[in-house]
Design a protein around this ligand. Structure first.
Ligand SMILES: [Zn+2]
Length: 271
């Protein structure tokens, strides 16, 4: 299990600063996208997924949060880069499938990159909210979203993906900062999303030491792990270098990289 402090490092320290992912456009023909979800819980909560099976082979899902908050447009206009085209290019070169948790605001800022990512068979695009505001009151300093706006914030992100031309969207949602409680899961139940957390924190947020990030991931990955990383140059500058170290080492250990949808698809019917 990860501690709240480590969640901070990983998930959403990026709250105020984030950047994001990008890639050279290489549109491909749309293909059927596998979109398994977990069954809703009997308590009418959105289901929550943290990791896959520990006993069905060595699979691991690298996930990348493409963060940009609703009020960071001026920073982007001033030159701050919330994308990371080199990271996406590296994932493609190494043939590593990945799930990108994208904010709607990011898709608006980088529509060509969102579209390219969202049409490439290696990737699937999941929802990381539109605004990257917090879904609970106390979440690492992120502005809190009023409860009545939570569902529309999630839906607005999916709409932004559609507007950008993203096709390989999956109905998974990652809370900004990972911050959630029972009430937020209740609130989101009707959206049909599966909430996706993680069991391995890469520590890439604001990290400059790629070796340290790689070491942390390599120390913590287990079969079925979901690793949280970021796809943002300004707030996670070491991630691409860390990925280049992590991928060959995990493959040498017999791991196969998969998308979150494959882990969820292989999860037991009744979690
Ligand atoms: Zn985030």
């Amino acid at each position: 299990m990860i501690t709240p402090a480590r969640r901070l490092t990983a998930a959403c320290a990026l709250g105020a600063a984030l950047t994001a992912c990008g890639t050279a456009p290489a549109p491909q023909a749309p293909q059927a996208v596998r979109r398994p979800t977990l069954a809703p819980s009997p308590a009418a909560l959105a289901p929550l997924f943290e990791h896959g099976s520990r006993t069905r082979g060595r699979t691991v899902a690298l996930t990348f949060d493409a963060d940009m908050t609703a009020d960071q447009g001026t920073r982007a206009a001033a030159g701050e880069r919330f994308d990371n085209p080199r990271l996406i290019a590296t994932l493609r070169r190494l043939d590593v499938p990945a799930t990108i948790f994208m904010t709607g605001r990011w898709a608006e800022e980088y529509p060509a990159q969102a579209r390219a990512i969202g049409r490439h068979p290696l990737f699937e695009v999941a929802n990381h909210s539109y605004s990257h505001y917090a879904f609970t009151d106390d979440c690492y300093g992120l502005p809190a979203l009023p409860r009545k706006r939570m569902r529309t914030d999630v839906e607005r992100a999916f709409a932004a993906f559609r507007d950008a031309g993203v096709r390989r969207t999956v109905p998974y949602f990652r809370f900004p900062g990972g911050c959630h409680d029972r009430r937020t899961l209740e609130t989101l139940a009707s959206t049909g999303v599966t909430a996706v957390q993680w069991d391995v924190v890469s520590g890439d947020a604001f990290a400059t030491d790629a070796d340290a990030v790689a070491r942390q991931v390599l120390d913590e990955v287990r079969p079925g792990s979901v690793v949280v990383m970021h796809c943002t140059r300004s707030a996670a500058p070491a991630t691409e270098r860390a990925v280049r170290k992590i991928v060959p080492k995990l493959r040498k250990r017999g791991y196969r990289f998969v998308k979150v949808s494959e882990l969820i698809g292989a999860a037991p019917a009744s979690p």
